[in-house]
Write a protein that binds this ligand. Structure first.
Ligand code: FAD
Length: 477
């Protein structure tokens, strides 16, 4: 914050937005200063604009007075990117949440940044269409948040991540004018010089404030079959992944949950399955007529890799009745429960940390083996689950945050997890992003690739977009 007083900041924000849309109550500010990773920051106010022009005016004011600004969706971020610091202003998109329209023929939907991903799908489902990027947090996650986080999801094996689905973005830039730009087009083919649309994807709110997006849409597949296999060892499950990948079918989803997390998930969801072990879930989309063929291919590959049991669903309805995907979505909450159960609530403070590495799928068996070795080396619990179709694993651990020794150990273990990913030819972050947690990891990765120069370029890019470093400073780079 520059020389301006807190009272003057609040007074000006009220002039721009009206008193009721500037929150200064400390309890409310505290709420908007936390994110799902457990990190917490500080802010002087939370503002709720309704229009792009209001955001532009706030940015002009912030620029003039050296005030930091923090765009925020639903704060489900897990990398430390969504928390405010430096007593700045949180810009919430709670009121900019309209879906402005869609065109089935031109294959797009237009939404304000605060619209939730699930709302896009609720609307499009009536037309037999969908927006395919589905983070496990999609009931809460916003369009702007997922764009800025560069998020992916359960269907990433087939549909990729957010950057593949962006057509046009409206963005407010952190310059002296709070300039509003529109980049990209509403046509599938679009060449506009350098690809600024995809530069904003994954920029974690550090280069511009996304206010509106035009996103590609796709038909909901006619049918989806799902087979879940249970394996005694992690390596067997990973052998099945490799086998299915070689079977000339493109999985719609390919998810993995280790045995420990399966058990706690079963308890959480009251599932009366009499199956156990490391779980691999594979879905394939296609016409109803070939559902049985797809189930056969999946089951045979799982059995070849020594699955002890399989659950089979020839349609989505059947998969829903079996609650196969409910279990996958419960993984992170299950880790939170495991953490709570392992500590005395009176004396300790559970801290859950989720990793986000990706490796080429052929390297999954060796990667999982090395992760298990780390669990033993550090004596810390490790639940392993993830979107293995694209090689993305989320090893998750938990410690008592009041235990300084455990805190030191956990960061050392996380450094080693990232080193394993890099040695396997992978990356330190597949979808959760860099935020605060992975800044060191990003440096490790670029050093590993002998590409430190790329970090310099990123720092220069940040300076060009945000010359006064007012927008979500200190994150990513
Ligand atoms: C239970 C759980 C499951 C999850 N599963 C997945 C998963 O499967 N895949 C995945 O990718 N992630 C997952 N996440 C992480 C998180 O949900 C995603 O990163 C999501 O994209 C964040 O959306 P959000 O609206 O909550 O954004 P926030 O957390 O509020 O913000 C995320 C980042 O975007 C910036 N930002 C927000 N809005 C804007 C805007 N309008 N303009 C510019 N910058 C903006 C913020 O400053 C921050 O840097 C999960 C999180 C949880 C808690």
């Amino acid at each position: 914050m520059g020389d301006i007083t807190k009272d003057k900041i609040i007074s000006r924000l009220r002039d721009i937005l009206g008193k009721e849309y500037v929150e200064t109550d400390p309890a409310a500010i505290k709420l908007y200063s936390k994110e799902a990773s457990g990190l917490e920051g500080v802010a002087v106010a939370v503002v709720f604009p309704e229009k792009t022009e209001e955001i532009s005016e706030i940015v002009r004011f912030a620029y003039e007075n050296d005030i930091k600004i923090y765009p925020q969706g639903s704060a489900t971020d897990l990398a430390g990117a969504a928390i405010p610091q430096h007593h700045g202003i949180v810009i919430s998109f709670d009121r900019m949440n309209k879906i402005k329209g869609y065109s089935i023929v031109d294959s797009y939907i237009i939404a304000e940044a605060g619209a939730r991903v699930i709302e896009l799908n609720d609307l499009l489902a009536k037309e037999g269409y969908m927006f395919p990027v589905d983070p496990a947090s999609m009931k809460a996650a916003t369009v702007g948040g997922v764009i800025a986080a560069g998020g992916g999801g359960l269907r990433g094996a087939l549909y990729g991540t957010m950057r593949e689905w962006l057509m046009e973005l409206e963005v407010v830039l952190p310059d002296e004018n709070g300039s509003v730009i529109k980049v990209g087009c509403r046509t599938t083919k679009c060449r506009q010089g350098y690809d600024l649309v995809r530069l904003f994807a994954g920029s974690e709110g550090t280069l511009g404030i996304v206010t509106e997006a035009t996103l590609k849409i796709t038909p909901i597949p006619e049918n989806i079959v799902t087979v879940a296999g249970f394996f005694d060892t992690l390596e067997q499950a990973m052998d099945a992944v490799v086998g299915i990948k070689k079977a000339r079918i493109s999985p719609y989803a390919m998810e993995f949950i280790d045995a420990k997390t399966v058990e706690i998930g079963k308890q959480n969801l009251n599932l009366d399955w009499d199956v156990k072990g490391n779980m691999l879930i594979v879905s394939v989309s296609g016409p109803v007529e070939i559902a049985d063929k797809h189930v056969k291919i999946l089951s045979e590959n799982m059995e070849k890799a020594k699955a002890t049991n399989t659950l089979k669903a020839t349609s989505q309805d059947e998969a829903e009745k079996l609650r196969i995907f409910d279990l996958r979505r419960a993984c992170y909450p299950s880790a939170i429960q495991l953490a709570a159960q392992s500590m005395d609530p009176e004396k300790s403070k559970p801290l859950i940390l989720i990793e986000d590495i990706a490796v080429p799928p052929t390297k999954l068996p060796e990667t999982v083996k090395q992760l298990r070795d780390l669990e033993e080396k550090y004596g810390l619990p490790l639940a392993i689950f993830g979107h293995v179709g694209d090689g993305n694993l989320h090893p998750t651990t938990w410690i008592d945050a009041t235990d300084e020794e455990a805190k030191k150990k956990v960061w050392e273990m996380f450094d080693e997890i990232m080193e394993i990913a890099l040695k396997m030819g992978g990356t330190i972050s597949a979808e959760h992003g860099i935020g605060l947690h992975k800044k060191k990891g990003l440096e490790m990765e670029m050093k590993h690739r002998k590409s430190e120069k790329a970090l310099e370029l990123m720092r220069e890019i940040k300076k060009i977009f945000d010359p006064k470093n007012i927008l979500n400073p200190g994150k990513v780079i």
